[in-house]
Design a binder for this molecule. Structure first.
Ligand code: G6P
Length: 484
């Protein structure tokens, strides 16, 4: 039993079974794991996460037989992992159909509205699975949490779990954190009313609801207000029908700069520095690092770059766009189509502009963290142009890891824009002409302005490392309902 329990869909590591039946493990992907890993390591807590791969399920079975939880080593220390295996088909409906294709799309305004969403019979089946998986998480947290302990539930996959857990364990202090944006009430109302109501009610089972920046917290409060809850904007609270007052706050998140630079000094990253240097051959490097993700706006990024080349003939041959976009959510047809479009768009630029000695776009689709760090460390310009993004940690990792005066082109719709506005070149992510101009501005920026902006970026990026971000939530939760 632990004082501190964290629950999230994706865990800190992912297991794979190799050809000899041995288990190998790698780092879990995405912003949530990047934030929680360092925050939790060394805290003597338990992390409850879904068994996602077949390897995870094998690992979970072995642990169940041994009767003891697995301890996993992260860069910053170890954590105890409780891996939750649910029926694989139900898991896919919970993860693909409801979490990713519905809630993620909703919170990032990604629906192709003339066609999707459709809340038909198959959605109803998937919604039941979503409820069941949330219930399984609530039960596991109930199991793991000590009396009066704290449970930190993460993200949109687990919106119902806080209320389910409260029902079983009123003694616990419960927080929920949303790692993505929150849509405005008009868009949120696209959900079937009982689904929208269940999500709000589920989350309001917590004592504390965390968001990355004030804009998302405000949208959430407006949704609550429209649903008939009493909201006190000044206090930042939502009153529930059973008389509880739920605190809604934003906790901006940055990166641990020192830790990143230490990681970048390791041999694998150093080797990649040489590879990336060879790729760029002394040319200016415009880098992006993302999951292959609709909300990351990779297509418009390529379009803006193409426009830049068109309008700046003298830049041709002197710049390379190094786009790292590693595969994500491959089961979804929208992501398969998007991947094909991105490849096609990159190839079209190359066909149009390439010379015998110059390839304008290098697209890399394999997940390679050391290479991503090396690319960020060598970048002249880092392009982060999501249509919407809860925070976007790449925008912070880049300035924190590099020793150069990096120029950051940043979408104003990323939460990170709140913290990096003074140093970055902010762009409207839909305006590719503006992006083309921003690339030109970035590549011709005078050295003193680059230095000034880079210093601001470095400071903004490392201001709130994950440890502080998590400590602030713990302090607020502890202050809410004193134990005993
Ligand atoms: C975002 C979400 C995380 C998620 C990550 C990767 O950062 O907020 O919860 O884990 O994307 O997505 P995936 O579907 O691969 O877990």
């Amino acid at each position: 039993m632990a004082e501190l329990v964290v629950a999230s869909n994706r865990g800190p590591v992912q297991f794979e079974v190799d050809d000899d039946g041995n288990l190998t493990s790698g780092r879990g992907a995405g912003g949530m794991v990047a934030a929680l890993g360092p925050a939790l390591a060394g805290q003597a807590g338990t992390w409850v996460a879904a068994a996602i791969t077949e390897g995870d399920r094998v690992a979970a079975r072995r642990v169940a037989r041994s009767g003891r939880l697995r301890t996993v080593e992260l860069a910053q220390g170890s954590v105890r992992l409780r891996s939750l295996a649910v029926d694989p088909r139900a898991y896919l409906r919970y993860y693909n159909r409801v979490s990713n294709r519905t809630i993620w799309f909703l919170q990032h305004y990604l629906f192709d509205v003339p066609r999707h969403p459709r809340f038909d019979r198959s959605f109803q089946v998937a919604w039941r699975d979503y409820r069941d998986v949330n219930l399984a998480f609530a039960a596991a947290c109930d199991d793991e949490a000590s009396p009066g302990g704290e449970v930190f539930v993460q993200d949109y996959h687990l919106a119902l779990a806080p209320a389910m857990l409260r029902e079983r364990r009123p003694d616990l202090r419960i927080a929920h954190f949303t790692h993505c944006p929150w849509a405005d009430p008009g868009y949120f109302a696209m959900l079937p009313s009982r689904v929208a109501a269940a999500i709000l009610e589920g989350m309001l089972g917590a004592d504390l609801l965390g968001f990355l920046v004030p804009r998302w917290a405000r949208n959430f409060q407006r949704c609550c207000q429209d649903a008939g809850y009493r909201v006190d904007r000044d206090q930042g609270t939502v009153l529930t029908p059973d008389g509880r007052s739920v605190l809604v706050r934003s906790y901006p998140l940055g990166v641990d700069g020192e830790d990143l630079r230490r990681r970048a000094a390791e041999r694998d990253v150093q080797a990649q520095l040489r590879t990336v240097t060879e790729l760029s051959r002394g040319r200016a490097l415009v880098v992006r690092v993302d999951r292959m993700e609709l909300s990351k706006n990779i297509l418009r990024g390529l379009e803006g770059y193409s426009l830049f080349l068109e309008r700046n003939p003298r830049a041709r041959g002197r710049v390379v766009h190094y786009a790292l976009a590693y595969a994500s959510r491959r089961d979804l047809p929208e992501y398969q189509a998007y991947t094909a479009e991105v490849k096609h768009a990159a190839e079209a630029i190359n066909e149009r502009f390439r010379t015998r000695s110059w390839e304008p776009v290098l697209l890399e689709l394999r997940d390679n963290y050391p290479k991503a760090l090396a690319a960020m460390a060598l970048a002249d310009v880092l392009l982060v142009n999501p249509v919407w993004d809860g925070m976007n940690l790449v925008a912070k990792e880049g300035p924190a890891v590099t020793r150069r005066d990096l120029v950051l082109i940043l979408s104003r719709n990323a939460g990170a824009a709140d913290d990096l506005a003074d140093g970055a070149l902010l762009v409207n992510p839909f305006d590719t002409a503006e992006l083309a101009e921003a690339i030109a501005t970035a590549l011709t920026m005078p050295a003193d302005e680059r230095a000034k902006r880079a210093a601001l970026l470095r400071e903004g990026a490392s201001a709130l490392p994950p440890q502080d971000w998590f400590a602030a939530q713990r302090a607020d939760l502890a202050a809410l309902r004193p134990f005993g």
